[in-house]
Design a protein. Structure first.
Length: 437
DNA sequence: ATCGGCTCGCGCAA
DNA sequence: TGCGCGAAGCCGAT
């Protein structure tokens, strides 16, 4: 990431940000191997940034559960783990000043790229970035923003065998081990507690039942492979069933590696539709945010769909709702209200309903731009997997991104339309609505 | 119940 | 330059 050299230092520093896990954490593994080569201990630092845009209590509670999980796991490896708060300078200048070199994991969001850029610039020593939250690294998959899944798919499938065969799964043994210091773990604990306390008053939202951390992620993966994979293709779209892996939030925080998921499912012949989601669709989402500067703005949507939506901006909407009415799940549409309640109560929504929910927001907002803002706001506020590549791309899809045009109609123009009758025709909507009433 | 048409632009084949 | 094709659609005709 920078052209600097190894320095005489007290430790190798692993700056953990996007991969909060021990299992298949290639950045951590690389840092351990490097520490062994240099005959130095390893220090892991995570910066907990309570001012992360749009993050609130529920996101931090989930993340902090994962950090606690990591802390107990990493202490067994014999390395020091420190959670630091404050600005980048406050968090990193001191740890950087004693580092021989730095290893960091890779994030794809604009803010994560900015942080990594800062690290590359401000570290006096060598900084190495390890990409371990995609199976095929984003720039290896494609050198440009792809038009749709079908243009990326062949590129990904060609490279998948290579990127699933090279990786080491065994955690390397650290040579210079350090006993976990009780003072440091007490300090970490205080930081976690005070961050949550602050957010509890600032940005309180109903707590969700989903529990963060890599242990829970691994448990969900086991449940999925054992009980759901066989019927996944058949049941995944029915929102009344719990037929999907529900691992998206765990992937978002790096509690689980996509490679680990791939390894758990690939041996089953019925895994193809799931792998399409895990690999092709997920890589496409990352391709979009990586190659599109303003991936979170209406103006980055494809030209054909924006033009078409704007042409139909004067069209009369059948219903126009204020944001507070939407947030209260108080529309005329029982399916939509149920989806909104699922989102608020659980921080999650089944994929079919994410699409339907988004399409209706377009229909019930005065302009497509307003619909885009509302969709982004609600996604980021309530979903545990919000502010993720998949989330931004999913919002875009509702507006025609990575999709094709359809017969022109009111309000939507040529952007794909969905209606409630379609849901009732295909799925058990009464069961779904009953679940969230 | 099933089926064609709708519509744009990419990328491959020619 | 032409042509096939595409994350989950809808709608009207048969």
């Amino acid at each position: 990431m920078n052209n600097r050299t190894y320095l005489p230092g007290r430790y190798v520093l692993y700056r953990m940000q996007a991969s909060v896990r021990i299992t298949n954490n290639q950045a951590l593994f690389h840092a351990i191997r490097l520490a062994n080569e240099l005959n130095l201990p390893l220090k892991v630092v995570f910066r907990l940034d309570a001012s992360f845009p749009e993050a609130n209590y529920r996101h931090f509670e989930f993340l902090i559960q994962g950090l606690k999980d990591f802390a107990s796991g990493v202490s067994l490896l014999g390395c020091e783990f420190e959670i630091r708060t404050g600005t980048l300078e406050e968090a990193f200048l001191e740890p950087l000043s004693n580092a021989a070199c730095v290893v960091t994991d890779k994030g794809y969001l604009r803010i994560q790229r900015d942080w990594s850029g800062w690290l590359g610039e401000h570290a006096p020593c060598k900084v190495i970035e390890v990409e371990d939250n995609l199976i095929v690294p984003v720039e290896s998959a494609s050198h440009k923003g792809e038009w749709a899944a079908r243009t990326l798919r062949p590129k990904i499938t060609d490279k998948l065998p290579y990127f699933t065969s090279e990786l080491e799964d065994e955690i390397p043994v650290l040579t210079c081990r350090k006993e976990a210091s009780p003072e440091l773990s007490a300090l970490n604990e205080r930081i976690l507690t005070s961050t949550l306390e602050k957010l509890r008053s600032d940005a309180w939202l109903i707590p969700v039942a989903m529990k963060g951390g890599e242990q829970e992620a691994n448990r969900l993966l086991d449940v999925f492979v054992k009980d759901k994979l066989a019927s996944y293709d058949n049941d995944r779209n029915d929102p009344s069933l719990v037929a999907t892996s529900r691992l998206s939030a765990y992937l978002h925080f790096g509690f689980i590696s996509p490679v680990e998921i791939w390894k758990a499912v690939e041996k089953y012949p019925e895994s193809a539709p799931f792998i399409e989601q895990l690999v092709v669709r997920r890589e496409l989402a990352h391709n979009y945010i990586w190659f599109t500067k303003n991936y979170d703005s209406y103006n980055s949507l494809p030209e054909w769909s924006r033009k078409s939506l704007e042409l139909h901006e004067p069209d009369k909407r059948p219903f126009v709702y204020d944001l507070n009415l939407l947030e209260e799940a108080a529309t005329h549409d029982a399916s939509w209200n149920a989806a909104m309640r699922e989102m608020i109560q659980t921080g999650f929504m089944e994929n079919t309903m994410r699409m339907y929910w988004g399409k209706k927001l377009i229909e019930w907002s005065a302009t497509p731009q307003e619909a885009y803002h509302r969709m982004s706001y609600l996604n980021n506020r309530y979903f545990l997997d919000g502010r993720d590549a998949n989330s931004f791309t999913g919002i875009g899809w509702c507006f025609g991104l990575h999709d094709r045009p359809w017969q022109e109609r009111s309000v939507f123009g040529m952007v794909r339309y969905m209606n409630e009758a379609g849901l009732y025709r295909k799925y058990n909507m009464n069961a779904y609505i009953g679940k969230w009433s």
